[in-house]
Design a protein around this ligand. Structure first.
Ligand SMILES: NC(=O)c1ccc[n+]([C@@H]2O[C@H](COP(=O)([O-])OP(=O)(O)OC[C@H]3O[C@@H](n4cnc5c(N)ncnc54)[C@H](OP(=O)(O)O)[C@@H]3O)[C@@H](O)[C@H]2O)c1
Length: 228
């Protein structure tokens, strides 16, 4: 567990193909791939959600996958759903804005007031974290201090994963390996963003556990960033 106390402990959890992709092709919903997860692995995913105080995905995942992000396949409480969406332009009919679990949309100060009000009318909280875009370190601090979030899981997509890693906000990674290859140079992979330039910038991981869950390999890592 991290010793950092001004932010939640963060787990990144993803379903990835053998070639490291998160979905079939750019713009496609990952729900298509998730249909091929073993039932035991679906239970693992939902049990993990139930263990966490909050769950976060990027606004684009909501636009493409229209995820619910709730605990459904096991008994347990759904975590608070957190979506960073700088300009508050999340579709108002998104499942995540429904009543199934508490939700907080993180926006920046520049987000139009009328969009913020429309979201609030749905009973959803708004977190203002940043001037021109959502600042993830500030969002983490607010989640911890104002929402009592001690454990946060993030379920992608690649843009959010990259920004969280760049800010050194991820402590652990758990991957559900799907035995498929989908290919595609522009198919979203686990981490997007800008390439690195030197090996010094590689984010180092320690493999701590791997096991079969139904027919899926699951691997678990600690994130060490650039320790020697
Ligand atoms: N296999 C899996 O486990 C899995 C899981 C999740 C997603 N996916 C797939 O991933 C794809 C979507 O990924 P994506 O990379 O396009 O989008 P994403 O990471 O889901 O969302 C990125 C968006 O979040 C918003 N955002 C606001 N503040 C941010 C910040 N500080 N840092 C990062 N993002 C911030 C931005 O949208 P605004 O500019 O509107 O604020 C940004 O474009 C979909 O195809 C989906 O199916 C797969």
């Amino acid at each position: 567990m991290t010793s950092n106390t001004n932010r939640p402990h963060v787990l990144m959890m993803s379903e990835i193909t053998a070639d490291g992709k998160l979905t079939l092709k750019k713009g496609a919903s990952s729900k298509i791939l998730m249909k091929y997860m073993a039932h035991e692995t679906e239970l693992l995913l939902h049990n993990t959600r139930a263990e966490y105080d909050a769950i976060m995905v990027g606004a684009n995942t909501i636009r493409i996958d229209n995820s619910f992000l709730t605990v459904r396949y096991v008994q347990g409480k759904s975590p608070i759903r957190v979506i960073p969406c700088s300009m508050a332009d999340i579709p108002l009919d998104a499942n995540v804005l429904g009543p199934d679990a508490p939700t907080a949309i993180a926006v920046c100060e520049a987000a139009p007031k009328e969009r913020i009000e429309a979201i609030q009318k749905k009973g959803v909280s708004i977190i203002i974290a940043g001037k021109t875009h959502v600042e993830l370190p500030l969002l983490m601090k607010i989640l911890k201090e104002k929402f009592g979030v001690n454990k946060l899981m993030i379920e992608g997509g690649p843009t959010l994963n990259w920004h969280m890693l760049q800010h050194r906000l991820v402590d652990e990674i758990r991957l559900i390996h799907l035995p498929f290859i989908v290919g595609g140079a522009d198919t979203p992979s686990l981490v997007g963003g800008m390439h690195i330039n030197t090996e010094d910038e590689m984010i180092r991981l320690t493999l701590k556990k791997f096991y079969l869950c139904g027919t899926n390999l699951v691997s678990e890592f600690d994130v060490r960033y650039n320790e020697a």
